[in-house]
Design a protein. Structure first.
Length: 490
Protein backbone atom coordinates (compact mmCIF):
# COMPACT_ATOMS: atom_id res chain seq x y z
CA UNK A 1 0.00 0.00 0.00
CA UNK A 2 1.33 3.46 -0.84
CA UNK A 3 2.46 5.88 1.87
CA UNK A 4 -0.22 8.37 0.82
CA UNK A 5 -2.95 5.75 1.09
CA UNK A 6 -1.74 4.73 4.55
CA UNK A 7 -1.79 8.35 5.67
CA UNK A 8 -5.33 8.83 4.40
CA UNK A 9 -6.63 5.75 6.23
CA UNK A 10 -4.88 6.73 9.46
CA UNK A 11 -6.07 10.33 9.32
CA UNK A 12 -9.61 9.19 8.66
CA UNK A 13 -9.62 6.89 11.66
CA UNK A 14 -8.09 9.56 13.88
CA UNK A 15 -11.21 11.57 13.18
CA UNK A 16 -13.39 9.04 14.96
CA UNK A 17 -13.45 11.03 18.18
CA UNK A 18 -16.26 12.72 16.38
CA UNK A 19 -17.33 16.24 17.09
CA UNK A 20 -20.88 17.28 16.40
CA UNK A 21 -21.38 20.27 14.15
CA UNK A 22 -24.09 21.75 12.04
CA UNK A 23 -25.64 18.84 10.21
CA UNK A 24 -25.37 18.59 6.48
CA UNK A 25 -28.11 16.94 4.43
CA UNK A 26 -29.12 13.71 6.11
CA UNK A 27 -27.89 10.51 4.53
CA UNK A 28 -30.21 7.94 3.02
CA UNK A 29 -31.94 5.85 5.66
CA UNK A 30 -30.01 2.85 4.31
CA UNK A 31 -26.68 4.47 5.09
CA UNK A 32 -23.22 4.14 3.60
CA UNK A 33 -21.87 1.06 1.89
CA UNK A 34 -19.26 -0.86 3.85
CA UNK A 35 -15.85 0.23 2.53
CA UNK A 36 -12.91 -2.12 1.99
CA UNK A 37 -9.91 -0.57 3.75
CA UNK A 38 -6.52 -1.12 2.13
CA UNK A 39 -5.22 -3.59 4.70
CA UNK A 40 -2.80 -6.19 3.27
CA UNK A 41 -4.42 -9.62 3.51
CA UNK A 42 -7.94 -8.29 4.03
CA UNK A 43 -10.71 -8.79 1.46
CA UNK A 44 -14.44 -8.26 1.72
CA UNK A 45 -16.39 -10.26 1.02
CA UNK A 46 -13.85 -13.03 1.55
CA UNK A 47 -14.66 -16.37 -0.07
CA UNK A 48 -16.19 -19.02 2.15
CA UNK A 49 -13.56 -21.51 1.01
CA UNK A 50 -10.77 -19.21 2.19
CA UNK A 51 -12.44 -18.54 5.54
CA UNK A 52 -13.11 -22.24 6.13
CA UNK A 53 -9.55 -23.03 5.12
CA UNK A 54 -8.34 -20.87 7.99
CA UNK A 55 -10.90 -22.26 10.43
CA UNK A 56 -10.23 -25.88 9.50
CA UNK A 57 -6.47 -25.35 9.45
CA UNK A 58 -6.58 -23.88 12.96
CA UNK A 59 -2.84 -23.17 13.10
CA UNK A 60 -1.52 -20.01 14.73
CA UNK A 61 -1.07 -18.52 11.25
CA UNK A 62 -4.61 -19.53 10.24
CA UNK A 63 -6.09 -17.94 13.33
CA UNK A 64 -4.05 -14.79 12.75
CA UNK A 65 -5.78 -14.56 9.37
CA UNK A 66 -9.17 -14.95 11.05
CA UNK A 67 -8.31 -12.22 13.53
CA UNK A 68 -7.05 -9.91 10.78
CA UNK A 69 -10.29 -10.41 8.90
CA UNK A 70 -12.31 -9.40 11.95
CA UNK A 71 -10.12 -6.37 12.54
CA UNK A 72 -10.60 -5.43 8.89
CA UNK A 73 -14.36 -5.43 9.41
CA UNK A 74 -13.95 -3.33 12.55
CA UNK A 75 -11.77 -0.85 10.66
CA UNK A 76 -14.36 -0.59 7.89
CA UNK A 77 -17.25 -0.08 10.31
CA UNK A 78 -15.45 2.77 12.05
CA UNK A 79 -14.27 4.52 8.91
CA UNK A 80 -15.72 8.04 8.58
CA UNK A 81 -18.51 7.81 6.02
CA UNK A 82 -18.52 11.35 4.68
CA UNK A 83 -22.22 11.39 5.52
CA UNK A 84 -24.20 13.18 8.21
CA UNK A 85 -26.67 11.39 10.45
CA UNK A 86 -28.37 12.36 13.73
CA UNK A 87 -26.62 15.71 13.40
CA UNK A 88 -23.20 14.06 13.42
CA UNK A 89 -21.02 15.15 10.52
CA UNK A 90 -18.81 12.50 8.90
CA UNK A 91 -20.33 9.77 11.05
CA UNK A 92 -18.68 6.34 11.15
CA UNK A 93 -20.10 3.95 8.59
CA UNK A 94 -21.96 1.72 11.04
CA UNK A 95 -23.85 4.66 12.56
CA UNK A 96 -25.38 5.60 9.21
CA UNK A 97 -27.07 2.22 8.77
CA UNK A 98 -30.77 1.50 9.08
CA UNK A 99 -31.84 0.40 12.55
CA UNK A 100 -34.08 -2.43 13.70
CA UNK A 101 -36.71 0.08 14.82
CA UNK A 102 -36.68 1.75 11.41
CA UNK A 103 -37.09 -1.58 9.62
CA UNK A 104 -40.00 -2.49 11.90
CA UNK A 105 -41.64 0.85 11.12
CA UNK A 106 -41.02 0.38 7.39
CA UNK A 107 -42.61 -3.06 7.51
CA UNK A 108 -45.70 -1.46 9.04
CA UNK A 109 -45.79 1.64 6.80
CA UNK A 110 -44.78 -0.11 3.60
CA UNK A 111 -41.76 1.90 2.48
CA UNK A 112 -38.75 3.97 3.47
CA UNK A 113 -40.35 7.02 1.83
CA UNK A 114 -43.37 6.82 4.12
CA UNK A 115 -41.11 6.48 7.16
CA UNK A 116 -39.09 9.52 6.08
CA UNK A 117 -42.28 11.56 5.91
CA UNK A 118 -42.89 10.93 9.61
CA UNK A 119 -39.96 13.15 10.60
CA UNK A 120 -36.17 13.25 11.03
CA UNK A 121 -34.25 10.10 11.86
CA UNK A 122 -33.74 9.41 15.55
CA UNK A 123 -31.32 6.94 17.06
CA UNK A 124 -33.61 4.95 19.31
CA UNK A 125 -31.70 3.01 21.91
CA UNK A 126 -32.93 0.94 24.79
CA UNK A 127 -32.13 -1.84 27.18
CA UNK A 128 -29.98 -4.64 25.83
CA UNK A 129 -32.69 -6.80 24.25
CA UNK A 130 -30.99 -10.14 24.70
CA UNK A 131 -30.79 -9.41 28.45
CA UNK A 132 -34.26 -7.91 28.94
CA UNK A 133 -35.83 -11.00 27.32
CA UNK A 134 -34.77 -12.84 30.45
CA UNK A 135 -35.61 -10.18 33.02
CA UNK A 136 -32.08 -8.76 33.18
CA UNK A 137 -32.34 -5.00 32.91
CA UNK A 138 -29.31 -3.10 31.62
CA UNK A 139 -30.77 0.34 32.41
CA UNK A 140 -32.46 -0.02 35.78
CA UNK A 141 -30.96 1.09 39.09
CA UNK A 142 -28.56 -1.55 40.33
CA UNK A 143 -26.51 -2.04 43.49
CA UNK A 144 -23.28 -0.08 43.35
CA UNK A 145 -19.80 -1.45 43.85
CA UNK A 146 -18.87 -1.14 47.50
CA UNK A 147 -17.26 2.26 47.93
CA UNK A 148 -13.74 2.32 49.30
CA UNK A 149 -14.59 5.23 51.60
CA UNK A 150 -17.21 7.89 52.11
CA UNK A 151 -17.52 10.10 49.06
CA UNK A 152 -15.66 7.64 46.85
CA UNK A 153 -16.64 7.40 43.17
CA UNK A 154 -19.36 4.94 42.22
CA UNK A 155 -19.50 3.36 38.75
CA UNK A 156 -22.41 3.71 36.37
CA UNK A 157 -23.58 0.28 35.22
CA UNK A 158 -26.21 1.33 32.69
CA UNK A 159 -25.76 0.23 29.07
CA UNK A 160 -28.02 0.47 26.05
CA UNK A 161 -28.04 -0.92 22.55
CA UNK A 162 -29.33 -0.64 19.06
CA UNK A 163 -29.01 -2.99 16.08
CA UNK A 164 -28.07 -1.71 12.63
CA UNK A 165 -28.01 -3.35 9.21
CA UNK A 166 -25.79 -2.45 6.28
CA UNK A 167 -27.61 -1.44 3.06
CA UNK A 168 -27.46 -5.02 1.75
CA UNK A 169 -28.96 -6.72 4.80
CA UNK A 170 -31.39 -3.87 5.43
CA UNK A 171 -32.78 -4.03 1.90
CA UNK A 172 -32.92 -7.82 2.15
CA UNK A 173 -35.11 -7.68 5.26
CA UNK A 174 -37.37 -4.98 3.83
CA UNK A 175 -37.65 -6.32 0.28
CA UNK A 176 -38.29 -9.90 1.36
CA UNK A 177 -40.62 -8.97 4.22
CA UNK A 178 -38.57 -10.76 6.86
CA UNK A 179 -39.92 -8.53 9.62
CA UNK A 180 -43.46 -9.72 8.92
CA UNK A 181 -45.12 -12.71 10.57
CA UNK A 182 -47.04 -13.46 7.37
CA UNK A 183 -43.77 -13.92 5.46
CA UNK A 184 -42.23 -16.32 7.96
CA UNK A 185 -45.53 -18.22 8.33
CA UNK A 186 -45.61 -18.68 4.54
CA UNK A 187 -42.14 -20.25 4.71
CA UNK A 188 -43.39 -22.64 7.38
CA UNK A 189 -46.54 -23.48 5.41
CA UNK A 190 -44.35 -24.24 2.39
CA UNK A 191 -42.49 -26.76 4.59
CA UNK A 192 -39.22 -24.92 4.18
CA UNK A 193 -36.89 -25.19 7.20
CA UNK A 194 -35.44 -21.69 6.92
CA UNK A 195 -35.73 -18.36 5.17
CA UNK A 196 -33.69 -17.72 2.05
CA UNK A 197 -30.02 -16.94 2.65
CA UNK A 198 -28.83 -13.34 2.80
CA UNK A 199 -26.31 -12.10 0.21
CA UNK A 200 -22.70 -12.86 1.13
CA UNK A 201 -21.84 -9.19 1.64
CA UNK A 202 -24.49 -8.66 4.34
CA UNK A 203 -23.32 -7.26 7.68
CA UNK A 204 -25.31 -6.77 10.89
CA UNK A 205 -23.98 -5.10 14.04
CA UNK A 206 -25.14 -4.51 17.61
CA UNK A 207 -23.48 -1.42 19.14
CA UNK A 208 -23.62 -0.99 22.92
CA UNK A 209 -23.27 2.43 24.53
CA UNK A 210 -22.89 4.14 27.86
CA UNK A 211 -24.30 7.64 28.14
CA UNK A 212 -22.49 10.31 30.11
CA UNK A 213 -24.86 12.84 31.63
CA UNK A 214 -24.01 15.62 34.06
CA UNK A 215 -25.75 13.95 37.00
CA UNK A 216 -23.47 10.90 36.68
CA UNK A 217 -20.19 12.78 36.99
CA UNK A 218 -17.84 12.43 39.94
CA UNK A 219 -16.47 15.81 41.07
CA UNK A 220 -18.50 17.31 38.18
CA UNK A 221 -15.86 16.04 35.78
CA UNK A 222 -15.19 12.31 35.78
CA UNK A 223 -17.40 9.54 34.48
CA UNK A 224 -16.79 6.29 36.37
CA UNK A 225 -17.09 2.76 34.98
CA UNK A 226 -16.40 -0.71 36.34
CA UNK A 227 -13.37 -2.40 34.80
CA UNK A 228 -13.79 -5.78 33.13
CA UNK A 229 -11.58 -8.28 35.00
CA UNK A 230 -11.48 -10.99 32.35
CA UNK A 231 -13.33 -14.30 32.16
CA UNK A 232 -13.90 -15.57 35.71
CA UNK A 233 -13.93 -19.10 37.05
CA UNK A 234 -17.57 -20.18 37.14
CA UNK A 235 -18.79 -20.30 40.75
CA UNK A 236 -22.19 -21.22 42.20
CA UNK A 237 -22.87 -17.48 42.50
CA UNK A 238 -22.21 -16.98 38.77
CA UNK A 239 -24.36 -20.01 37.97
CA UNK A 240 -27.20 -18.40 39.91
CA UNK A 241 -26.71 -14.73 39.01
CA UNK A 242 -24.41 -14.49 36.01
CA UNK A 243 -21.48 -12.08 36.00
CA UNK A 244 -22.99 -8.64 35.28
CA UNK A 245 -21.09 -5.37 35.60
CA UNK A 246 -21.95 -4.80 39.23
CA UNK A 247 -20.21 -8.10 40.05
CA UNK A 248 -16.93 -7.43 38.25
CA UNK A 249 -15.15 -5.83 41.24
CA UNK A 250 -11.86 -5.39 39.41
CA UNK A 251 -11.80 -1.69 40.08
CA UNK A 252 -12.71 1.48 38.22
CA UNK A 253 -11.68 3.43 35.18
CA UNK A 254 -12.39 7.13 34.80
CA UNK A 255 -13.23 9.26 31.79
CA UNK A 256 -12.21 12.90 32.04
CA UNK A 257 -15.02 14.72 30.27
CA UNK A 258 -12.87 17.85 30.09
CA UNK A 259 -10.31 16.03 27.95
CA UNK A 260 -11.63 15.61 24.42
CA UNK A 261 -8.34 14.06 23.36
CA UNK A 262 -6.47 10.92 24.34
CA UNK A 263 -4.54 9.96 27.46
CA UNK A 264 -1.44 7.98 28.34
CA UNK A 265 -3.42 5.75 30.71
CA UNK A 266 -3.54 1.98 30.42
CA UNK A 267 -4.48 0.91 33.93
CA UNK A 268 -7.29 0.50 36.44
CA UNK A 269 -7.93 1.96 39.89
CA UNK A 270 -8.29 -1.32 41.78
CA UNK A 271 -9.68 0.33 44.90
CA UNK A 272 -12.13 2.70 43.16
CA UNK A 273 -10.78 5.42 45.44
CA UNK A 274 -10.42 8.18 42.85
CA UNK A 275 -8.94 9.18 39.49
CA UNK A 276 -5.23 8.75 38.88
CA UNK A 277 -3.16 9.43 35.78
CA UNK A 278 -2.84 5.69 35.18
CA UNK A 279 -6.60 5.05 35.33
CA UNK A 280 -8.06 8.22 33.77
CA UNK A 281 -8.85 8.29 30.05
CA UNK A 282 -9.85 11.00 27.62
CA UNK A 283 -12.98 11.02 25.51
CA UNK A 284 -10.65 10.49 22.55
CA UNK A 285 -9.78 7.05 23.88
CA UNK A 286 -13.34 5.99 22.96
CA UNK A 287 -15.45 6.16 19.85
CA UNK A 288 -17.71 8.88 21.22
CA UNK A 289 -20.43 11.29 20.21
CA UNK A 290 -20.86 14.53 22.14
CA UNK A 291 -24.30 16.04 21.67
CA UNK A 292 -25.25 19.68 21.24
CA UNK A 293 -28.45 21.71 21.38
CA UNK A 294 -29.18 21.04 17.72
CA UNK A 295 -29.17 17.27 17.81
CA UNK A 296 -29.73 16.11 21.41
CA UNK A 297 -33.41 15.48 20.66
CA UNK A 298 -32.42 13.03 17.91
CA UNK A 299 -31.19 10.51 20.49
CA UNK A 300 -33.91 8.53 22.26
CA UNK A 301 -33.05 6.28 25.20
CA UNK A 302 -36.46 4.65 25.22
CA UNK A 303 -37.37 6.03 28.65
CA UNK A 304 -38.35 9.40 30.08
CA UNK A 305 -34.79 10.67 30.23
CA UNK A 306 -34.07 13.49 27.80
CA UNK A 307 -30.53 14.00 26.59
CA UNK A 308 -29.22 17.55 26.46
CA UNK A 309 -26.28 19.44 25.01
CA UNK A 310 -23.04 18.19 26.50
CA UNK A 311 -24.20 14.63 27.06
CA UNK A 312 -21.91 12.07 25.45
CA UNK A 313 -22.33 8.57 24.07
CA UNK A 314 -19.42 6.19 24.58
CA UNK A 315 -19.25 3.13 22.33
CA UNK A 316 -18.44 0.29 24.74
CA UNK A 317 -18.98 -2.81 22.64
CA UNK A 318 -20.25 -4.19 19.35
CA UNK A 319 -21.27 -7.59 18.00
CA UNK A 320 -20.34 -7.87 14.30
CA UNK A 321 -21.57 -10.61 11.97
CA UNK A 322 -21.17 -11.04 8.21
CA UNK A 323 -22.74 -13.57 5.83
CA UNK A 324 -19.42 -14.46 4.16
CA UNK A 325 -19.88 -18.01 5.48
CA UNK A 326 -23.05 -20.11 5.58
CA UNK A 327 -22.88 -19.93 9.38
CA UNK A 328 -21.85 -16.24 9.25
CA UNK A 329 -18.64 -14.87 10.72
CA UNK A 330 -18.78 -13.83 14.37
CA UNK A 331 -16.57 -11.27 16.01
CA UNK A 332 -17.29 -9.02 18.95
CA UNK A 333 -15.41 -6.00 20.26
CA UNK A 334 -15.26 -4.27 23.63
CA UNK A 335 -13.42 -1.27 25.03
CA UNK A 336 -10.39 -2.12 27.13
CA UNK A 337 -7.86 -0.02 29.08
CA UNK A 338 -4.83 -1.71 27.52
CA UNK A 339 -5.59 -2.93 23.99
CA UNK A 340 -2.13 -4.47 23.62
CA UNK A 341 -2.75 -6.81 26.56
CA UNK A 342 -6.51 -7.35 26.71
CA UNK A 343 -8.20 -9.70 29.20
CA UNK A 344 -10.14 -12.81 28.23
CA UNK A 345 -12.21 -13.50 26.17
CA UNK A 346 -9.68 -11.60 24.05
CA UNK A 347 -5.98 -12.44 23.94
CA UNK A 348 -2.57 -11.04 23.08
CA UNK A 349 -2.69 -13.09 19.86
CA UNK A 350 -5.86 -11.28 18.83
CA UNK A 351 -4.34 -7.95 19.79
CA UNK A 352 -1.18 -8.70 17.81
CA UNK A 353 -3.26 -9.21 14.65
CA UNK A 354 -4.63 -5.65 14.80
CA UNK A 355 -3.47 -3.97 11.56
CA UNK A 356 -1.40 -0.81 11.68
CA UNK A 357 -4.03 0.86 9.50
CA UNK A 358 -6.44 0.79 12.46
CA UNK A 359 -5.63 3.91 14.46
CA UNK A 360 -7.39 6.43 16.66
CA UNK A 361 -10.10 5.58 19.20
CA UNK A 362 -11.26 2.45 17.36
CA UNK A 363 -7.86 0.91 18.17
CA UNK A 364 -8.65 1.07 21.92
CA UNK A 365 -10.88 -2.03 21.75
CA UNK A 366 -10.34 -5.75 22.21
CA UNK A 367 -11.81 -8.54 20.08
CA UNK A 368 -13.23 -12.00 20.60
CA UNK A 369 -13.93 -14.41 17.72
CA UNK A 370 -16.14 -17.43 17.05
CA UNK A 371 -15.72 -18.63 13.48
CA UNK A 372 -16.65 -22.16 14.55
CA UNK A 373 -18.67 -23.73 17.34
CA UNK A 374 -16.01 -26.22 18.39
CA UNK A 375 -12.51 -27.09 17.29
CA UNK A 376 -11.75 -29.05 15.20
CA UNK A 377 -14.49 -27.47 13.11
CA UNK A 378 -17.48 -29.62 12.18
CA UNK A 379 -19.56 -29.72 8.96
CA UNK A 380 -22.76 -27.70 8.73
CA UNK A 381 -24.76 -30.92 9.03
CA UNK A 382 -23.75 -34.35 10.24
CA UNK A 383 -21.09 -33.19 12.69
CA UNK A 384 -20.57 -34.00 16.34
CA UNK A 385 -20.15 -31.95 19.47
CA UNK A 386 -16.61 -33.11 20.04
CA UNK A 387 -13.19 -31.57 20.51
CA UNK A 388 -12.56 -28.32 22.36
CA UNK A 389 -14.96 -25.44 23.05
CA UNK A 390 -14.59 -22.14 21.20
CA UNK A 391 -15.69 -19.51 23.68
CA UNK A 392 -16.51 -16.15 22.10
CA UNK A 393 -18.68 -13.58 23.88
CA UNK A 394 -18.84 -9.91 24.87
CA UNK A 395 -18.55 -8.79 28.50
CA UNK A 396 -21.19 -6.10 27.93
CA UNK A 397 -23.69 -8.47 26.32
CA UNK A 398 -23.39 -12.04 27.57
CA UNK A 399 -21.52 -12.01 30.89
CA UNK A 400 -24.72 -11.26 32.83
CA UNK A 401 -26.44 -14.48 31.79
CA UNK A 402 -26.96 -17.02 34.61
CA UNK A 403 -27.54 -20.72 33.95
CA UNK A 404 -31.32 -20.20 33.96
CA UNK A 405 -31.08 -18.18 30.73
CA UNK A 406 -30.25 -21.17 28.58
CA UNK A 407 -32.97 -23.52 27.46
CA UNK A 408 -30.47 -25.85 25.82
CA UNK A 409 -26.98 -26.98 26.76
CA UNK A 410 -25.02 -29.91 25.38
CA UNK A 411 -21.62 -31.34 26.26
CA UNK A 412 -18.53 -31.08 24.09
CA UNK A 413 -16.75 -34.41 24.36
CA UNK A 414 -13.00 -34.73 24.00
CA UNK A 415 -11.99 -38.36 24.43
CA UNK A 416 -12.60 -39.29 28.05
CA UNK A 417 -13.26 -35.66 28.99
CA UNK A 418 -16.42 -33.63 28.65
CA UNK A 419 -17.14 -29.91 28.99
CA UNK A 420 -20.57 -28.28 29.22
CA UNK A 421 -21.02 -24.52 29.13
CA UNK A 422 -23.81 -23.31 31.40
CA UNK A 423 -23.50 -19.51 31.75
CA UNK A 424 -22.88 -16.39 29.68
CA UNK A 425 -19.10 -16.40 30.01
CA UNK A 426 -19.10 -19.87 28.40
CA UNK A 427 -21.00 -18.97 25.25
CA UNK A 428 -20.23 -18.92 21.54
CA UNK A 429 -21.87 -16.39 19.20
CA UNK A 430 -22.19 -18.87 16.34
CA UNK A 431 -23.86 -21.55 18.45
CA UNK A 432 -26.34 -19.18 20.04
CA UNK A 433 -27.28 -17.47 16.77
CA UNK A 434 -27.60 -20.82 15.03
CA UNK A 435 -30.57 -21.40 17.35
CA UNK A 436 -32.48 -18.34 16.08
CA UNK A 437 -35.90 -19.48 14.87
CA UNK A 438 -39.63 -18.79 15.06
CA UNK A 439 -41.83 -21.51 16.56
CA UNK A 440 -45.04 -22.63 14.86
CA UNK A 441 -45.91 -25.60 17.07
CA UNK A 442 -46.53 -25.89 20.80
CA UNK A 443 -43.57 -28.22 21.24
CA UNK A 444 -40.99 -25.99 19.54
CA UNK A 445 -39.08 -23.69 21.87
CA UNK A 446 -36.39 -21.47 20.29
CA UNK A 447 -34.00 -20.45 23.03
CA UNK A 448 -30.46 -19.36 23.73
CA UNK A 449 -27.61 -21.85 24.09
CA UNK A 450 -24.03 -21.74 25.34
CA UNK A 451 -21.29 -23.41 23.29
CA UNK A 452 -21.71 -26.73 21.52
CA UNK A 453 -22.10 -28.06 18.00
CA UNK A 454 -25.54 -28.06 16.39
CA UNK A 455 -26.35 -28.87 12.75
CA UNK A 456 -28.95 -27.10 10.67
CA UNK A 457 -30.98 -30.33 10.47
CA UNK A 458 -31.06 -30.90 14.25
CA UNK A 459 -34.41 -32.00 15.76
CA UNK A 460 -34.27 -28.83 17.87
CA UNK A 461 -35.60 -27.02 14.79
CA UNK A 462 -38.70 -29.21 14.36
CA UNK A 463 -41.78 -27.00 14.16
CA UNK A 464 -39.79 -23.83 13.48
CA UNK A 465 -38.51 -21.61 10.71
CA UNK A 466 -34.82 -20.82 11.06
CA UNK A 467 -34.10 -17.10 10.64
CA UNK A 468 -30.62 -17.14 9.11
CA UNK A 469 -28.73 -16.82 12.41
CA UNK A 470 -30.45 -13.51 13.14
CA UNK A 471 -32.23 -13.33 16.49
CA UNK A 472 -33.48 -9.87 15.56
CA UNK A 473 -35.75 -11.40 12.90
CA UNK A 474 -36.92 -14.12 15.26
CA UNK A 475 -37.60 -11.61 18.04
CA UNK A 476 -39.51 -9.14 15.85
CA UNK A 477 -41.68 -11.87 14.34
CA UNK A 478 -42.23 -13.67 17.67
CA UNK A 479 -43.48 -10.39 19.15
CA UNK A 480 -46.02 -10.07 16.33
CA UNK A 481 -46.96 -13.70 16.84
CA UNK A 482 -47.56 -13.15 20.55
CA UNK A 483 -49.73 -10.10 19.89
CA UNK A 484 -51.75 -12.01 17.29
CA UNK A 485 -52.29 -14.92 19.69
CA UNK A 486 -53.43 -12.57 22.45
CA UNK A 487 -55.86 -10.87 20.09
CA UNK A 488 -57.32 -14.24 19.14
CA UNK A 489 -57.83 -15.21 22.77
CA UNK A 490 -59.92 -12.11 23.57
Amino acid sequence: MSKNCTQKVSLALLALALSVGTAKAETSIWGADLPVPAIPGYTFPESESTLLGWVNGNSAADMANVYLHGWGLWTALNTPSGQSVYGIANAPVYLTWVTRQELVAMAQLGSAAKLKSVGPRKLRMGEVTQLSKFGIHSMQAKPKLKAAKAGAPSPDFDTMETVTYDPVSGHTIQDRGYFKLSTIKAVYDAKQPEIEAFPVNSVVVKPVYKVITKDKLYQNRYYVMAAWPGTPDVTPAIQANGFPEQSWNAGCVYVDTQNSGTSQASGVDASCSGPTAASTYGLGDFVNFKLNAENAALFDLGNKQKLVAGDTLLLMAMHVSSREMTEWTWQTFFWTPNPKAPPLPSSTAIAAAMPSQLTGPAAHYAGSFAYSMVTPNQPINGGQSVGQPVVGYNPYLESGFPASTFGITRPIVDGANSWTGTVGVQTNCMTCHALAAVAFTSTANPTYGTDFYIGRDDPYFNGTVQTEFLWSIADVVATQQSKANKAKSK
